[in-house]
Design a protein around this ligand. Structure first.
Ligand SMILES: Nc1nc2c(c(=O)[nH]1)N[C@H]1C(S)=C(S)[C@@H](COP(=O)(O)O)O[C@H]1N2
Ligand SMILES: [Mo]
Length: 356
């Protein structure tokens, strides 16, 4: 990645393993260009020789497979647009600042993915009726630093239940019409539409069909939260993206001229549902005004929005917020849910600006 040409557009959170986010204030298109799409890696990026690479499909299947890259490319392909948000995006807005990568607003992007539907591969392998989960493992591996942790190096892995696996999961080899870059999972990655990014396993190497739910490290210890049933907290894996609107401009700390018409804009998304409304507040949530949704609804893709803000005549600090609702009746909460730890940060995020 050429960081020179990206100056101002990307923020490096960690160089090794690579963790970079888009500077969200630079949002200017429905499709995020690949070089501006955030990168989230737990381990070093593996080097993969596509000539010897095989995608193994095993476990609860009648016909285990080992597909070459050429064989996969020969299968019928599909292209879909999907927003991926890292489950830890916007962690930087929590106080006190929790452990973990301090993502601001840019660990999210919307790209066009091309590949083979997982359903077609599972059909070819003849998945057994007893199957309940499909596990994906990446070629990357490393040691977990914080306990509780398994001993030694582990591979990145995650699963989806079979109904999701058959519905719309894609084994993608292209992003925005070009081969995946090494950082985004070359040669093949999983795309789980509507789910937080952790499910979309990069550098895919093995698909294991399982007769029991998967309870791996990145499924139960990391990328999990406390959900309450009958008042009792239960550890459950993070799955669908929660509804969220983010403001691209103005950005935190921006100086905005008094008594002018300012074009506020940003994006909003929600797992499986579509965005119905985005409202804007310029008084920390006391009053709200409807923003305009731009373009038409696309399943699993974010929705851009804009709002003409009549800035106050009075100079001083102002706290802006955006709040979305979706077609399933979800609305953003006003506070972060502490049962989610430092994940699923989808409350109305305050953007403090200075009117001058
Ligand atoms: N093999 C592998 N897959 C992975 C990860 C990883 O570290 N290793 N990170 C996950 C996380 S947490 C996210 S948010 C997305 C990010 O995808 P991107 O780097 O293409 O933006 O990849 C997911 N897939
Ligand atoms: Mo993530």
């Amino acid at each position: 990645m050429n960081t020179d040409t990206l100056s101002g557009q990307m923020i490096v959170r960690e160089a090794e393993p690579l963790n970079i986010e888009m500077s969200f204030r630079t949002l200017d298109s429905l499709i995020t260009p690949s070089e501006r799409f955030f990168v989230r890696c737990h381990f070093p990026i593996p080097e993969i020789d596509v000539k010897t690479w095989r995608l193994k499909i095993e476990g609860s299947v009648e016909k285990p497979l080992a597909l070459s890259y050429t064989e996969l490319r020969q299968m019928e392909s599909r292209t879909l647009t999907a927003t991926l948000e890292c489950a830890g995006n916007s962690r930087a807005s929590l106080t006190p600042q929790p452990k973990g990568t301090s993502w601001e607003l840019g660990a999210v992007g919307n790209a066009e993915w091309t590949g083979v539907p997982l359903a077609a591969v599972l059909e070819r392998a003849e998945m057994k009726a007893s199957a309940v989960h499909v596990i994906f493992t990446g070629s990357d591996q490393g040691e977990i630093a914080e306990p509780p942790r398994p001993a030694g190096e582990i591979q990145y892995s995650r699963s989806v239940p079979c109904d999701k696996a058959l519905k719309d999961v894609l084994l993608a080899y292209q992003m925005n019409g070009e081969e995946l870059t090494p950082a985004h999972g070359f040669p093949v990655r999983v795309i789980v539409p509507g789910w937080y990014g952790m499910a979309s396993v990069k550098w895919l190497e093995r698909i294991i069909v399982s007769d029991t739910p998967f309870t791996g490290y990145f499924q139960t210890i990391d990328y999990a939260f406390w959900d309450r049933r009958d008042g009792l907290p239960e550890r459950v894996p993070i799955t669908e993206m929660r509804i969220k609107a983010e403001i691209a401009r103005p950005h935190i700390g921006e100086v905005v001229p008094a008594a002018t018409a300012y074009r506020m804009h940003g994006a909003a998304w929600s797992g499986d549902a579509h965005i119905m409304t985005v409202d804007i507040s310029d008084d920390a949530g006391a009053t709200w005004h409807a923003a305009r949704l731009l373009g038409s609804f696309m399943p699993n893709a974010w929705q851009l929005w804009e709002h003409t803000w009549q800035t106050p005549a009075q100079p001083g600090r102002r706290t802006l917020m955006a709040r979305a609702t979706d077609s399933c009746g979800h609305a953003q909460p006003s506070q972060h849910d502490d049962d989610c730890g430092s994940y699923l940060v989808n409350h109305c995020l305050p953007i403090e600006v200075e009117v001058r």
